[in-house]
Design a protein around this ligand. Sequence first.
Ligand code: I3P
Length: 109
Amino acid sequence: KHGILTRKSHADMDGKRTPRGRRGWKKFYAVLKGMILYLQKDEYKPDKDLSEVDLKNAVRVHHALATRASDYSKRPNVLKLKTSDWRVFLFQAPSEEEMVSWIFRINLV
Ligand code: I3P
């Protein structure tokens, strides 16, 4: 699965709140491949190698939990992702349908 996702980092690897200055929203082209959610700056090109930044932004979704971010009301179509290493991200999808589809696909991994 792939598509546009806009990310906000809410908690870091240690489960602590992501500090100010790193809590902004950032738009990515997301690709879910195997157990990894790749977050790329540009649209996915099969023949292009992933950049160092792309690799750094990739999220392991094995044993992660995706839910509707019902406690977040500032933006629509936002899902919450809790990873197995205690990170928490919010991801805004372009539509309700896309959000539901991402939640379903992430939780299948
Ligand atoms: C954050 C940025 C986010 C905002 C967040 C700010 O600043 O303005 O958009 O979240 O508020 O800290 P920075 O880019 O300097 O990290 P919202 O869009 O959800 O308001 P927060 O600290 O209350 O999460």
